[in-house]
Design a protein around this ligand. Structure first.
Ligand SMILES: Nc1ncnc2c1ncn2[C@@H]1O[C@H](COP(=O)(O)OP(=O)(O)OP(=O)(O)O)[C@@H](O)[C@H]1O
Length: 230
């Protein structure tokens, strides 16, 4: 498994920055050239000339101030954004803990949501019964697992989503900050499961503002500033 990223550039066109005065003031504020004009459209350069390679066993922490490009890089790795230039090659199944509750269907029961997620994650049907047992036991939702998810509290939805997302070992794992789930009693249990889930990943990329966490979980760090590597 690997990630090979060379000279990656990601830009966003902003189509509604129409007024000349807005454009001029934005371009002035931006300094370092992150906002530019192309054929009358304002472009934000979120990432510019990003190169790195990761192999099995690598744990990369992305550090940087708000707006430095960490989330954009994770989304590009997940295939959400295509590069304007540069190349991004990956080998291995990518799992992302960017938004655990994404894709949860409120009208379906807990059990049905587990089945739906398993399908989306490509889990073989023969593994489904043990996965369902594991998620039910871990999430502690008991008989609520047979009710529609819209009847759950926000904490119950998070428990279910977290239990599903962390049920199978990932190959390449992308995380935006360290996720924290549930009340005090559940948090300890969730932390242990998360740590063992991360340990099983061949490659980890985590964005964080916390240098202590970065030192604890990573063996490589990338400091971003205004979309570039410092
Ligand atoms: N969909 C979008 N459209 C336009 N600009 C965007 C979009 N997404 C991100 N940007 C811009 O790209 C830059 C990088 O944003 P990004 O969300 O990657 O930063 P970040 O390092 O994750 O910040 P934070 O620590 O606040 O989460 C910012 O200037 C932001 O305004």
């Amino acid at each position: 498994m690997y990630i090979d990223c060379q000279h990656l550039k990601i830009q966003f066109p902003i189509y509604n920055a129409q007024q000349r005065s807005i454009k001029r003031s934005l371009l002035t504020i931006a300094g370092g050239g992150r906002l530019s004009q192309s054929q009358g459209v304002t472009m934000v350069t979120a990432l510019d000339d990003i190169s790195f390679s990761l192999q099995d066993g690598d744990r990369l922490a992305l550090l940087g101030h708000n707006g430095s490009g960490k989330t954009t890089l994770l989304r590009a790795l997940a295939g959400v954004y295509s590069p304007v230039s540069g190349t991004l090659k990956t080998s291995g199944k990518i799992s992302s803990l960017l938004d655990a509750t994404l894709g949860m269907e409120p009208e379906l029961t807990g059990i049905e949501n587990i089945k739906l997620r398993s399908l989306l994650l490509g889990i073989p049907p023969q593994q489904l019964p043990s996965l369902i047992d594991d998620v039910i036991a871990f999430s502690e939702l008991e008989e609520f697992i047979y009710l529609p998810v819209r009847t759950y509290s926000s904490g119950m939805i998070l428990r279910l989503a977290f239990a599903i997302c962390t049920a199978r070992a990932p190959e390449i794992l992308l995380m935006d900050e360290w996720i924290s789930v549930g009340d005090a009693a559940f948090k300890d249990k969730a932390e242990k499961r998360l740590q063992s889930f991360i340990d099983k990943a061949a490659i980890l990329v985590i964005a964080t503002h916390d240098p202590h966490l970065a030192n604890r979980v990573s063996n490589q760090q990338l400091h971003l500033e205004q979309g570039k590597i410092l």
